[in-house]
Design a protein around this ligand. Sequence first.
Ligand code: ADP
Ligand code: MG
Length: 534
Amino acid sequence: MSKIQVPKMHNKRSKSEFNDKEKPAQIRGSNIVAAKAIADVVRTSLGPRGMDKMIQDSKGEVTITNDGATILKQMKVLHPAAKMLVELSQAQDCEAGDGTTTVVILAGAMLEAAQRMLNKGFHPASISDSLGHFATKAVEILETISIPVDLSDKTSLLKSANTSLSSKVVHEHSGMLAPMAVDAVLKIVDPNKDTNVDLKDIRIIKKLGETVEDSQLVDGIVFTQKTQGFGGPNKVEKTKVGLIQFCISPPKTDMDNQVLIRDYTAMDRVLREERQYILNITKKIKAAGCNVLLIQKSILRDAVSDLALHLLAKQKIMVVKDIEREDIEFVCKTLGCRPIASLDHFVAESLGSADLAEEIQAGNSKFVKITGVQNPGRTVSILLRGSNKQVLEEADRSLHDALCVIRCLVKKRFLIPGGGAPEAELSVKLTQHAQTLGGMDAYTFRAFAQALEVIPSILAENAGLSSISTVTELRNRHANGETHAGINVRKGTISNIIEENVLQPLLVSTSAVTLAAECVRSILKIDDIVNVIR
Ligand code: ADP
Ligand code: MG
């Protein structure tokens, strides 16, 4: 019997077309390479000695930042797996607010470890499962080394805000920004009840001019607008503040129309009527006792006409216009007033009271400040100053991080040491734990535990220290039970990092480990990229 010989070439092709075992591995490999590239971008930004990035967008606008989430958000990332790391950093920003660089670097290192295991022939699904167990155990260990903190312990809060600010471009102002962040949060929370902070209640107002050092916490509210109307007051004591949502200008008809006026008397009548209409409104405002009038921005017609401004100024009413719609809630909460949608509702009960409203000259612009509010809601405003736009923007982002750190401490009242101490401790403890495990976990735990050392290693590298000898010493000290040994970046040694006042919220580290592990697990489970045409 003769057998039909299938040509070798043909055989090979059909195999690769219909049973391509290589493809999932290739896709996984390329995903890991792309995601690791993202981690490498932010690598040099980690820690107090980390570098800053200058980002230029297509319009030529320049951002200078050290914040991982901001760097990645501005980058144009095309690869879908790389995008997952960008989103990972956003997720950390939402959850904890700080540690956005750390989380991406951790994910990068975990991916590298996973890749090595894949090369050894481990199945991706089982690596992923193991990583899940690993993250749970890591959180447990972090909890054991955490130190409880009370919200009345202001020094500890200050220390953690300082740690977060120490790695920022504006770190030399941390002496001023850190207490500001702590005071702002403490002002709006009830330490006994609250388990979260709504950062919307802290309004950061940026105003170009002077230096960051001139920023201030305002117990009241600040408007970046100047007052309106020529000859009106720019300082009012014992204020009654009204916030209107209607317009003080001649009404417009719904349809486009024309009115022809043929003689002067008719013209005169129209003008007089308009004046009467506006006068009626302003009189009613005055009658309610209002002396500071806030006017919501209007897009349909002028929120306030020149004539109205003139009449209001004559009655000694201070006017601030262009209050944004989304700010209405905050303004009302702060000043204890009610938004007034029609003239009929303009009554004394709707007004809020404060001691002082004044217009302040700042450089070549002005802003309005209302202080001494009588029935204040739990809100606070921060007036941030900066000599140029980049510094001002970065100060805003850094302050946001510091506020988030304090918010973390309200959510979960525990601190842990920084400076690579938690990662080193995790690495040592998890390696020890791996010896008690059997099967695959024993191997993966050891590999991922080693991956965690990336944080102290990069911290040392960025500080100009030898990463290998620093990490080795750190590992030894932790193995000998020095839980608080961390990298003292300033002195270039390893010491008890708590004595150096480098403390950070537990939540930042736990969320970084969990989110990074979750992201790596989902990347591992992808075995194909499908492009759809739509
Ligand atoms: P992230 O965006 O992840 O918060 P950072 O650039 O803020 O990145 O760096 C945070 C890391 O730097 C943390 O691991 C923290 O423990 C460490 N760190 C911050 N301040 C110090 C310090 N003074 N000494 C040593 N390590 C520090
Ligand atoms: Mg930080």
